[in-house]
Design a protein around this ligand. Structure first.
Ligand SMILES: [Zn+2]
Length: 358
């Protein structure tokens, strides 16, 4: 692998590592407070790409609040994975009115949560939803990641791998650095090792995705959307040709397997399938109107640099919750961010050299 490629591999992970650790996450046992602080930091970077429109914001939040109210009922019944009932944590914040669902002005098909109080639905995904049932299923899935504390678990794995990677890579770097440049060699080696670990651990695992579907389905059903429609959006994406990566080659469950699992859950409900069903917040006509409003608004939003940077960051966010197929625009955005990081890294070291020479 040439030096250029190593630097590229290094840059994106380092960028997210900076984002991760800027708030002082504690090693090995990230607590909710660290996850929330990290998510709040990331939100500052994403904020310019969030569509600020009272009607759309209120609508998304009403759908979200219905999901959260259902989750609160399940919490009271002690339904959830062990990580949700971690005795060292207080679950209250997950049900507070600080939990925000944001509509992101982005042409990437995605939805994502950073694990704290922020969940993001991209406008392209909203535009592809045919009804509130489809949107609510995606939102319930995102909230499922929060309820199951997947970001905290991911951070924990990341930190463990980073430490192991830094130890192994650091030793190799030290040996390669030569006697005149041992410190620089060790630092560079630690970076590559750490980056390798970081690179492998970006995004949610296949198990996380399946668990977010499992609990998302429960919230969705209790909240009153029709259980048999939970997998409609996945069905639609299969039709769009987005399920082409075989399950064994992806860290995401295939869309087909997600549909199958949802259908099985519907069957298990038996006669109770309609028990909680309520009318949607927006019927199909209203839903179409809200989509049109978002599409129109996306065209009129200012196209300044901060928005472009936030959109790029939104595009580059590791791994879609939605499709196992890596989207070209996400790959390109990640590459551009890596190039930017590389440029600022080399201009930073040039400045440093100049200063030392003076
Ligand atoms: Zn997900």
């Amino acid at each position: 692998m040439n030096k250029h490629i190593i630097v590229r591999l290094l840059c994106v992970p380092c960028l997210s590592m900076l984002m991760l650790c800027s708030t002082g996450c504690s090693l090995f046992q990230p607590k909710d407070q660290s996850v929330m602080a990290q998510a709040a930091d990331e939100h500052k970077a994403l904020q310019p790409a969030v569509m600020e429109d009272a009607e759309l914001t209120n609508y998304l939040q009403s759908v979200g609040d219905r999901i959260i109210a259902a989750a609160k009922q399940l919490d009271a019944q002690h339904i959830g994975p062990p990580a949700h009932f971690d005795k060292s944590q207080d679950n209250k914040w997950m049900f507070s009115d600080q939990m925000k669902f944001h509509l992101v002005n982005s042409k990437t098909l995605n939805a994502f949560t950073t694990g704290g109080e922020h969940m993001y639905i991209y406008n392209e995904l909203f535009q592809q939803c045919q009804s509130e049932d489809e949107l609510a299923a995606v939102m319930a899935h995102e909230y499922g990641h929060v309820y199951c504390r997947h970001v905290a678990q991911g951070m924990q794995h990341q930190m463990e791998t980073l430490v192991a990677g830094a130890l192994v890579g650091g030793a190799a770097g030290y040996a390669l650095g030569g006697k005149d440049n041992k410190l620089a060699g060790a630092t560079a080696g630690a970076g590559v090792g750490a980056a390798g670990g970081q690179f492998l651990n970006m995004g949610f695992t296949r198990k996380d995705e399946a668990q977010a579907d499992e609990y998302g389905f429960k919230f969705y059903t209790v909240a009153g959307w029709r259980p048999e429609h939970f997998a409609d959006f996945f069905r639609q994406m299969i039709k769009m040709g987005l399920d082409t990566t075989p399950g064994f080659a992806s860290d995401h469950p295939t869309l087909a397997s997600r549909v199958q699992a949802a259908d099985k859950r519907v069957k298990e409900l038996g006669a109770d399938v309609d028990k909680n069903v309520k009318p949607p917040i927006a019927d199909d006509a209203k839903f179409a109107q809200l989509k049109a409003r978002a599409a129109q608004l996306a065209k009129t939003l200012p196209d300044d640099k901060s928005l472009q940077n936030s959109q790029k960051l939104a595009q580059a966010l590791p791994r879609s919750c939605i499709t196992p197929l890596e989207q070209d625009d996400a790959v390109q955005a990640r590459q551009q961010l890596a190039d930017q990081a590389q440029q600022s890294q080399s201009s930073g070291s040039k400045k440093k050299k100049k200063k030392t020479a003076e």
